[in-house]
Design a protein around this ligand. Structure first.
Ligand code: CA
Ligand code: ZN
Ligand code: ZN
Length: 505
């Protein structure tokens, strides 16, 4: 993250002061009661149990790891400095059942299964920051919503009707009516907190020196954008520099939503709607035919993928179609090589990583890797060193954990894009993917974050919560995905509704 020279000077002066302080006092590495209280407050240590140095050290190590510090489990200057950094009041650790795995393991955003069941959302001001004018507050809040709106289908509008609003924005001090553990703490410390969907409450500590467009004080726009991330269902990220990192990272001019947060919000709500070009009159995917061109309505797919820039491609033989919300795009199929130069035909599987944005094309005993549609140096490579079998059937990113899953016969593998090796060996499809046939030929994650499996003209949608195929499937691919037939609309993105509306995590 960009740090201005001035800020860097302040940080250096601060560090020197802290170091001098630390040398003056005898360095204590022991956890104090207030250290335990800090860890309890943010979910790292259980509340109401005896403080135990051994489990305290292991909790501290987890917190250090999450924050990007060396996980020593020992209280040191670096960790003291972290604890002194103002931060968000939401816990870092979700309840285990709401997360797809503990967030301190995966280096990325934390998407929850708590989401809004609609995308047109309204917000209401209960009051305004006492340090800023109503206009400044209103402007900062609106920009904070817009930051997310730019990268998602969510839209936001202010309302003066509290009865119909989705979000309520409140500036409050101390104990403000949502429990003593959520009480604000005066200047610094906790800056704000927000409740997960579909609650809508976002609270800001009115004792903070909230500012706009300044390196002094605490930037309301960035703090609000962070809190709204929770209000949309995102947990804390352990990626430093991401907006959902729990500790305040300072004011940044022309702030842009970091990649990690874009992935997080799109995991839950999908991408912003595209500006659809109107179809030329009379054009229909049914009418496309020609020498060796695969038929849009009757062909099965070799593979299907959402590319790094959000384009969905279905592959068959030497060709691919671009799939839009209303079916196959006009002008397709086109040659695969018109997008992916030097790519093979009759591919086995294609998948684009959400971690490194690279596209992997699998065929036979080799794989091709693309960055921004360009073939990476030294590719294609042999599959053998990755641990994958040859001639895989399907590859996709599973929304449940953001990892690349690869199917082959009755088995599946998890492919780690960092090491380009499989992780944890071969697993049985039946054990995890209930109701999904083992002979699928392609699979991918659509814009709604759901996984779809294809075989012939049939497709299945997988429910990430119940880990089963969803009811009412299989359906016809030609009808729903290619725009062949009477109802060319794609299935509506269905949201997972919260089973229980828990208090703030
Ligand atoms: Ca505070
Ligand atoms: Zn937070
Ligand atoms: Zn509150």
């Amino acid at each position: 993250m960009f740090i201005s020279k001035r800020l860097a000077c302040v940080v250096i002066v601060l560090l020197i002061t802290l170091n001098a302080e630390a040398k003056k006092k005898k360095k204590s590495t022991q956890l104090t009661t207030s250290d335990y209280e800090y860890m309890i407050k943010y979910g790292w240590y259980p509340r109401g149990v005896q403080h135990d140095p051994q489990s305290g050290a292991s909790s501290l190590a987890s917190m250090q790891l999450f924050a990007g510090l060396e996980p020593t489990g020992i209280m040191n200057d670096e960790t003291r400095e972290l604890i002194a950094t103002p931060r968000c009041g939401n816990r870092d650790i979700f309840g285990a059942n709401q997360m797809h795995g503990p967030p301190n393991r995966a280096k990325r955003y934390a998407a929850s299964s708590y989401v809004w069941s609609k995308t047109d959302l309204k917000y209401y001001f209960e009051n305004f920051s006492s340090r800023l004018t109503a206009e400044e507050t209103r402007d900062a809040i609106q920009r904070a919503f817009d930051l997310w709106a730019e990268h998602s289908p969510l839209t936001f509008q202010e309302t003066d009707d509290i009865a119909t609003t989705d979000f309520v924005i409140t500036f409050a001090t101390g104990d403000h009516g949502d429990g003593i553990h959520n009480a604000f703490d005066g200047p610094r410390g906790t800056l704000g907190h927000a409740y997960y969907p579909e609650d809508g409450r976002a609270h800001f500590d009115d004792d903070e020196d909230f500012t706009v467009g300044s390196h002094n004080g605490v930037n309301l726009y960035i703090v609000a954008a962070h809190e709204f991330g929770h209000a949309f269902g995102l947990g804390h990220s352990d990626v430093q520099g991401s907006l959902m990192y729990p500790w305040y990272q300072g004011y940044v001019e022309n702030y842009q939503l970091p990649q990690d947060d874009i992935q997080g919000i799109q995991q839950m709500y999908g991408m912003p709607p595209e500006d659809e070009a109107p179809a030329p009159p009379g054009a229909s995917p049914n009418q496309r035919s020609g020498d060796n061109l695969p038929d849009t309505c009757t062909s099965s797919w070799d593979a299907v993928d959402t590319s790094f820039d959000g384009k969905v491609f279905a592959f068959k033989g030497k060709y691919l179609w671009r799939i839009k919300n209303n079916g196959a795009a006009n002008g397709f199929p086109k040659k695969i090589t018109s997008f992916y130069k030097r790519a093979p035909s009759n591919v086995d599987a294609v998948v684009t990583s959400r971690v490194n944005q690279k596209t992997y094309i699998f065929k036979g005993n080799r794989y091709w890797r693309y960055t921004n549609y360009k073939l990476d140096a030294n590719f294609p490579k042999k599959l053998k060193p990755t641990g994958l079998p040859k001639s895989v059937s399907a590859a996709f990113v599973w929304g449940g954990n953001g990892k690349i899953h690869i199917f082959k016969g009755n088995h599946f593998y998890i492919f780690n894009e960092r090491t380009e090796k499989i992780k944890g060996g071969k697993r049985t499809i039946r054990d995890k993917w209930h109701g999904i046939p083992t002979s699928v030929t392609s699979a991918f994650q659509w814009k709604n974050g759901k996984t779809y499996f294809f075989r012939g003209d049939k497709y299945w949608r997988f429910d990430d919560s119940s880990l089963q195929k969803e009811r009412g499937y299989p359906k016809s691919k030609a009808l729903y995905w290619m725009g062949c037939g009477a109802t060319p609309d794609l299935p509506e993105p269905i949201r997972v509704l919260p089973e229980e509306n828990e208090e703030r995590n």
